[in-house]
Design a protein around this ligand. Sequence first.
Ligand code: UDP
Length: 347
Amino acid sequence: MSTPIGSLGSGLGGGVELTISNITKEMLRRGHKVKIVAPQGSIGSSLPIKEIPGELQIPAQNQTRSQPIFIPKNSVLANMWDYARLVQADYDVIVNFAYDWLPLYLTPFFNCPIAHLISMGSLTDAMDEIIEQVAINFPGTIGVHSQTQAATFTFAERCICLLNGLDLSIYQFCPEPTQSLAWVGRIAAEKGLEDAVAAAEIMGITLKIFGLKQDVSYWEKICQEYPDAPIEYVGFLPTVELQKELGQCRALLITPRWIEAFGNVAIEALACGVPLIAYRRGGLREIVQEGKTGFLVEPDSVQGLVKAIKRLDQLDRQACRQQAETLYSLEAMGDRVEQWFQKILKK
Ligand code: UDP
């Protein structure tokens, strides 16, 4: 069950889009039968998708803690779960990738077990409450991507940490990069792009920017504030093209203002041999191997980014690829996810 905030391939779903496609590919390779249920307009190359019409959910990222749950008329989320109810007898497990209240609330009403892969940390009281209820009443069904993400909830010890994984055969190792730096992600306030732009300006090094302009006014504000910064907006690229461009960069700057649950872009960079310069926040704290595959920087410190950029020569691109192969291959992720499903089924 995909995210209801955008169709697959639109970029609106952020890292969840890649995660769904990767887990599906690996489960199919292992001989499981899988169907993705996603909003209408979804594209997933050769993956089996059931498209569902309806109004999209609004993203949870910008909501205040006390905000009530919002579900529009003709909700795609509700329509997707109606479909799940009808076909549940055909499946052993339903996997929920939506950071939404409804699927968690519906858990006790389904006969088929539901595994919830929670893609963000604590954001609103209503979501915290419903995730905790499911964690208590259906032990082992709440999956997360990092320990740091789990620690944002009061029930961290009830969460199963799955990290994430990539089809490494798509990502080519690039041993000799250009001078450019990269920034990859949804262009939205919680991603803190302006700090990477400021660091690039101080250093006088080109910053290539890849990603969906989710918040256009935020992007325009950055362009106005840094009219002379050496930035190049490349666009929102499909994975195959993204990895080619990203691989040629000297480092990936990751500058989130929020607690990033994991950071798919970090492991995609590592897979291409690109070291990380990241704020010491969220899942990035667990991904970056300090002084080996990247540098962790004091959050919100542009000077910290600048200092780290100056030390980039100390990092080994081969070690970056190696880390991706050891921890973030599809096989490694598939093992973790399959074990998670098996434990749920045993219960
Ligand atoms: N992405 C992409 N093309 C681009 C820029 C980004 O496909 O040009 C994808 C990237 O591969 C990653 C996702 O956007 O999977 C961003 O995910 P991340 O976990 O870093 O952050 P989120 O958006 O989920 O907060």
